[in-house]
Design a protein. Structure first.
Length: 281
C-alpha cells in the first residue's frame, strides 16, 4: 500500500485528496459511548483544572445547585474516582440501587442526582487503588450504565490535570463545553492554559473560567481581604478570549455546609454570569 493510502484504498497510485473524498475508510473514528437507554441528557458540562487544590468539586457543586435553583434538572457525575467528595458534600450515601437496565443515581435533598464510586462501595472510606485504565472504565460506566433519567445539565467533576480521566470524558462523552477552575495566584496562567489547551486539542468549547478563593469578606466591615494576593484571572481570560464566569470567596459558612452534608442549602450568587452562560449554550 502506498504511504499516503487510506485503509482499504484500491488505487495503486495511492490516495489524493480528490480520490479519497467520501471514502468510507477516511472517516474519523468516534470513541463516543452510547448513553444508557433510560437516560436523556441535554447538556454535558465538564469542570476541570490544570492542577489540584483549587476547589473544583466545590465549584461543581455550586454550579449544580445554582442551575437547580434556576429550575433545571441537574445531575453530577463524580469522575474523580480516587478522591470523590461530592456525596459527602450533599449528604448522600449508598448503596445506589440498580436493575437489569442499570444503576440509579442517588438524589440530594434539592433534587440533584449524583453518581460517585462512593455510592457503589461497601465502605465509603476505603481507598480506591486502581490503575488508570480501570478508573477510565468506571467513568465510562457512569455514562453507559447509570439511569440518569431526564436531565437538562450533567456536570462532570473531573480529577485535576490532563490524564486518563479527562481524556476519557472528552472522547467518550458528548461534552458541550468545559468550565475551568483556578485560584488568584500567578500560577493561574499555567493552570488555565493547561486545561484550555487540552480542551482545544479535543475540540471542546471552553465556556469560561471560575476563580475560587478570591477573597475573604470581613464579617464586621465587609471589606474584601485578598488572602492569596491580587487576582490575575482577567489577564489570562483576556489572552485566551474566554469570560470570567465568577469569583467565589472563602466562606466559612459554605465550608461548614459541605462538611455537614448540606451543600444543597448553599446559595452562590457570585455565579450569576455562569448561570446565564449555561442557559444559552
Amino acid at each position: 500500500m502506498a504511504e499516503n493510502s487510506c485503509e482499504g484504498c484500491s488505487s495503486a497510485a495511492g490516495c489524493s485528496k480528490e480520490s479519497c473524498e467520501g471514502c468510507s475508510s477516511n472517516k474519523k473514528t468516534s470513541f463516543l459511548e452510547e448513553m444508557n437507554g433510560e437516560s436523556s441528557i441535554k447538556k454535558v458540562i465538564g469542570i476541570v483544572s490544570g492542577k489540584g487544590g483549587v476547589g473544583k468539586s466545590f465549584v461543581t457543586a455550586s454550579l449544580a445547585c445554582s442551575m437547580r435553583k434556576a429550575g433545571y434538572k441537574v445531575g453530577i457525575m463524580d469522575a474523580d474516582i480516587t478522591g470523590p467528595s461530592i456525596p459527602k458534600m450533599f449528604g448522600v450515601h449508598g448503596p445506589a440501587m440498580g436493575t437489569e437496565k442499570g444503576v440509579y443515581p442517588v438524589e440530594a435533598e434539592n433534587g440533584v442526582k449524583i453518581m460517585s464510586i462512593n455510592l457503589l462501595m461497601d465502605d465509603e472510606e476505603a481507598p480506591v487503588v486502581w490503575r488508570g485504565p480501570v478508573i477510565a472504565g468506571a467513568v465510562k460506566q457512569f455514562w453507559t450504565d447509570v439511569i440518569w433519567g431526564d436531565l437538562d445539565y450533567l456536570f462532570v467533576d473531573m480529577p485535576p490535570g490532563t490524564g486518563d480521566v479527562p481524556l476519557t470524558v472528552f472522547q467518550s462523552l458528548p461534552v458541550d463545553g468545559i468550565i475551568t477552575v483556578t485560584s488568584p495566584q500567578e500560577l493561574v496562567q499555567l493552570i488555565v492554559k493547561k486545561a484550555f489547551n487540552m480542551a482545544s486539542m479535543m475540540h471542546i468549547p471552553v465556556l469560561g473560567v471560575v476563580e475560587n478563593f478570591s477573597y475573604v469578606k470581613c464579617p464586621d466591615c465587609g471589606k474584601e481581604i485578598k488572602i492569596f494576593g491580587e487576582s490575575h484571572v482577567e489577564e489570562v481570560a483576556k489572552e485566551l478570549a474566554i469570560p470570567v464566569l465568577g469569583k467565589l470567596p472563602i466562606d466559612p459558612k459554605k465550608a461548614e455546609a459541605a462538611d455537614a452534608g448540606e451543600f444543597y442549602r448553599v446559595d452562590s450568587a457570585e455565579l450569576e454570569k455562569a448561570v446565564e452562560v449555561l442557559k444559552n449554550i
